[in-house]
Design a binder for this molecule. Structure first.
Ligand SMILES: NC(=O)c1ccc[n+]([C@@H]2O[C@H](COP(=O)([O-])OP(=O)(O)OC[C@H]3O[C@@H](n4cnc5c(N)ncnc54)[C@H](OP(=O)(O)O)[C@@H]3O)[C@@H](O)[C@H]2O)c1
Length: 212
């Protein structure tokens, strides 16, 4: 069945050894200045930016674009199935609209944020995509982390995958990677549609494909 959903761009930055954060799951500066400028433009041109609760608990991001007003900023979306988002999280500030997406059995609410409930153990991404489309979201940027990106691939909900490869090694068995989760029995095949040197790193742009 074909569903009406936003165009989904997954964006992340990884090291040359495929890690997106430190072994302690702390944010590290992986992007070059040129890549950060590109990410800012991508955010600006998205109707909504989505992350998982793991990213919020590790990095406490604002998920806003500097210089944009409340009305101009993209909608901030956090997937938080068990209601772990602290009231003090920066995504709950008054710089932009925020939507917390949680599971049907979670009754938590947050001051200043809208709450949407879908799915039993995990947020139902397909249902969420339809609901976002219904409220006018046409372009969605998924910023991470590894569990959420993996789920988007698993559900066939990725239209474009942009990964910046920073010129550094972090190492560490438990450092997160762009697609963690349980792994796929069948790989998700990608077509490389663009590559660009951005400062001391490389931006790779892929589109998922059924047949190569
Ligand atoms: N380099 C980069 O570009 C970049 C960008 C962002 C983040 N990061 C890094 O990524 C790490 C965080 O990644 P993470 O994998 O731990 O967390 P995450 O992907 O941000 O969040 C995962 C959590 O989201 C919740 N969730 C709810 N519905 C889900 C669904 N349908 N699919 C998947 N998750 C769902 C689950 O928690 P519940 O069960 O509680 O609902 C799950 O554990 C941090 O170290 C951060 O620094 C790096």
């Amino acid at each position: 069945m074909i569903i009406m959903r936003p165009f989904v761009t997954v964006n992340c930055a990884m090291t040359a050894d495929g890690k997106i954060a430190s072994v302690l799951r702390k944010q590290m500066r992986i992007s070059s200045a040129e890549d950060l400028a590109r990410v800012k433009e991508l955010r600006k041109n998205s109707d909504a930016i989505l992350v998982g609760i793991g990213t919020v608990l590790s990095d406490d991001p604002h998920l806003t674009v500097k210089g944009l007003s409340y009305e101009e900023n993209p909608l901030r979306i956090v997937l938080d199935g068990r209601g772990r988002l602290p009231e003090t999280a920066r995504v709950l500030d008054d710089l932009a609209e925020t939507l917390i997406v949680t599971c049907e059995n979670c009754s938590k609410t947050w001051a200043g944020a809208e709450v949407l409930r879908t799915g039993r153990d995990k947020v139902n991404l397909t249902d969420l995509m339809e609901k976002l489309y219904d409220r006018g979201i046409r372009t969605l940027m998924v910023e991470g982390g590894g569990e959420v990106i993996s789920s988007f691939f698993e559900n066939g909900l990725v239209d474009k995958y942009c990964v910046f490869v920073g010129s550094m090694i972090i190492g560490g068995r438990t450092a997160p990677t762009p697609a963690d989760g349980n792994g796929f029995e069948q790989p998700v095949n990608l077509k490389l549609v663009d590559y660009k040197i951005l400062g001391n790193g490389l931006l790779l742009t892929y589109e998922p494909v059924n047949d190569l």
